[in-house]
Design a protein around this ligand. Structure first.
Ligand SMILES: O=c1ccn([C@@H]2O[C@H](COP(=O)(O)O)[C@@H](O)[C@H]2O)c(=O)[nH]1
Length: 639
């Protein structure tokens, strides 16, 4: 744990783990948070603590004679000062991850590929270090003038204790925002390639393991599942998924499920498979033969929970390696000056725990206060303008109290530049937001619904080209929006709110009456403390989270926010034209939006991206602007 962080409340109710034959610890979308959450005790463990946890879990697995695999689904990059403040970015993050060397298997996310230097450094430093264990079945890189697989496409191996034969792959969703030095082949095409079909034709495999940076509800998983199931109706398939920044678990069939383990070092996913029978007759027989069973649990990322699950104490938990790694990260954080106090946030500003717009919402604060004050171009300041920011550019809540140099990266890590399109006729400009809201491009974080998904034509083509395609699949549910059994849980009959009480005998709000943990709440002994946290509902029901929490309400964040400067949009006399100011990250969307609207309004003018100009200097990133704003506007007396 880092010196500035605090341990979580030790008096919370924690659900246990059920070990199986093959067990997993899974992380995803850590985005550089390896030093832990300094302002949130519930997620305050760091990578050193996680290493100690892994070594105890490994000991338990060995004592039980079962297997444990530690896997990561990518997006280790971007989103925390430890990653973003170094030059080159990620220098220290990659170093500590190599030193920890704790992954049995890992793969890449989209954030390893947005920036060409990031993908090159990942390929140069991480891929050779992890060797065969770094899996990437659908990414290629051109680092030497030739395209080559980014990492190992498939790994077949036997587990240490039970000798289970695993065939593992690594997939990224159909991502298109990567730099030109990488290319991503859609999973629907990979499943038809010779090498993949040969690999899955293997009849010795006990478990197909698909490590992927793909949300459990994305169509890509159905393609992979369908391709394997067509050859192996009975062999277990396990997806270890990522990207949506949520805790999710989805059942595909009796022997196939997908676990997604949240984000930002808030969650370690635990999954166990029991009832596995190795095809290799010389392998030891697992004790618990019989029907296959899958168990999942989302562990809150803190030392108290890690100790609970390993039956250790403050005195017996830490390993030498874990402590050394924590110290090393403390040193890097000091070197990067991450703890420097910049100002004091006067209140909490949240991305999705308060409605947009409202006074506690960070996007609202940006739109009304910060952007108009900080996004400046002396030559154009007197021209009325609209500033557009994609919602996904803002990554984390601001907490009341110390705002450090590190915080600026947690909130807004990207280096996008401000561009502008000058003198856009108001009738066109005023329709842009509506265009963005209708556009399926990804403007927000990990939202499946917003990624450009396949249409029915693509699916029919793929089905036609794949003779062994499983005709029993209901593809319509993907096209219409998947309704998993979680929805059934949500809609099951609830007790009347007026009869509900929490453990302190306070009447719960109607919203809380919807919380899945209520049944347990009613029987929870009074001495347990409840903190706000995850109360996940998934395909196995309502008890996936290891810590029994009170729920927080989540509101939809804006896909794109608009800040109007120098005019009042409701005025009867709007300006004839305005400047449109935006991040270069959405330049192509602005171009498409302007042209689509112009066409709709039968205006002849068309715009090209090369006409867009710099609104501010290259170094004036939003991260910098936030730092300057906080430093001058918020004061340094934290109460
Ligand atoms: O340079 C960038 C890169 C990404 N974004 C935003 O992030 C999301 C994707 O993040 P995930 O963690 O993979 O969900 C993308 O949709 C953008 O909204 C950005 O703003 N700038």
């Amino acid at each position: 744990i880092q010196p500035q962080a605090r341990d979580s409340d030790p008096n919370q109710q924690i659900r246990h783990l059920e070990w199986g034959d093959l067990n997993f610890l899974h992380t995803t979308d850590n985005h550089g948070w390896h030093a832990g959450h300094l302002q949130e005790p519930q997620y305050s463990a760091d990578l050193g603590d996680y290493m100690s946890f892994i070594s105890h879990m490994q000991r338990i697995a060995d004592q039980k004679g079962v297997d444990l695999l530690v896997v990561d689904s990518g997006d280790r990059s971007e989103g925390n000062g430890l990653y973003d403040a170094s030059d080159p970015m990620g220098k220290y993050t990659r170093r500590v991850l190599r030193k920890a060397n704790h992954f049995d298997l890992l793969t890449s996310g989209n954030h390893e590929l947005y920036n060409g230097t990031t993908s090159l450094n990942e390929w140069r430093e991480m891929v050779p270090h992890f060797g065969d264990r770094y899996l990437s079945s659908n990414i290629e890189i051109n680092a030497t003038g030739e395209w080559e697989p980014f990492a190992n496409r498939n790994l077949k191996f036997k587990t240490k204790n039970l000798g289970l034969t695993i065939s593992a792959f690594g997939f990224l969703f159909d991502f298109t925002g990567n730099d030109v030095n990488t290319r991503v082949t859609p999973a629907s095409q990979i499943v038809q390639q010779e090498w993949f079909r040969k690999a899955i034709a293997d009849t010795e495999v006990d478990v197909f393991l698909i490590l992927c940076h793909i949300d459990v509800d994305f169509l890509e998983l159905k393609f992979i599942h369908g391709a394997i199931r067509a050859l192996h109706p009975e062999v277990p398939i396990q997806f270890m998924a990522g990207h949506a920044h949520q805790r999710k678990f989805r059942v595909f069939d009796e022997k196939c499920s997908a676990l997604e383990s949240g984000r930002y070092c808030e969650t370690v996913g635990f999954l166990s498979l029991s009832g596995l029978v190795p095809k290799d007759k010389s392998a030891p027989r697992p004790r618990d033969g019989g029907k296959m069973k899958t168990f999942r649990r989302y562990i809150d990322y803190n030392r108290v929970n890690f100790q609970h699950h390993t039956n250790t104490t403050q005195e017996t938990f830490d390993t030498e390696e874990g402590l050394a790694l924590s110290r090393e990260m403390t040193g890097y954080r000091e070197k990067l000056d991450l703890n420097r106090l910049v100002g004091c946030a006067p209140q909490d500003y949240t991305l999705d725990k308060s409605p947009y717009p409202s006074k506690n919402n960070w996007y609202s604060y940006l739109a009304t206060t910060l952007l108009p004050k900080m996004v400046l171009n002396p030559a154009r300041n007197t021209t009325p303008h609209m500033i557009f920011i994609n919602g996904g550019s803002q990554r984390f809540d601001v907490f009341k109290g110390p705002f450090t140099y590190d915080t600026s990266f947690l909130i807004s890590p990207f280096t996008s530049r401000f561009l502008f399109a000058r003198d856009i006729p108001y009738p066109i400009a005023s329709r842009l937001l509506d265009y963005f809201l209708r556009d399926p491009s990804p403007y927000a974080i990990g939202k499946g619904a917003e990624e450009p998904r396949k249409n029915s034509k693509d699916i029919m083509t793929a089905m036609g080209e794949t003779p062994s395609w499983d005709p029993n699949y209901d593809y319509a549910d993907v096209l219409l929006g998947h309704v998993s059994s979680a929805a059934k849980w949500r809609s099951r009959p609830q007790q009347q709110p007026s009869t509900l009480h929490n453990h302190n005998q306070q009447i719960l709000s109607p919203f809380q009456s919807l919380t899945p943990d209520y049944e347990e709440t009613a029987t929870t002994p009074n001495h347990y403390h409840r903190t706000l946290g995850y109360t996940t509902i998934d395909d196995h029901g309502t008890t996936g989270d290891d810590t029994v929490h009170l729920p927080f309400i989540k509101y939809p964040p804006p896909k794109v926010l608009q800040s109007d400067v120098g005019f009042t949009p409701t005025s009867l006399l709007p300006p004839a034209a305005v400047d449109i100011v935006f991040f270069d990250f959405i330049a192509k969307n602005v171009e498409a939006g302007l042209n689509t609207i112009a066409e709709e309004l039968e205006v002849e003018r068309r715009w090209e991206r090369k006409e867009f100009e710099r609104y501010m200097g290259q170094e004036r990133t939003l991260t910098r602007l936030i730092l300057e704003f906080v430093g001058t506007e918020w004061g340094k007396e934290c109460v």
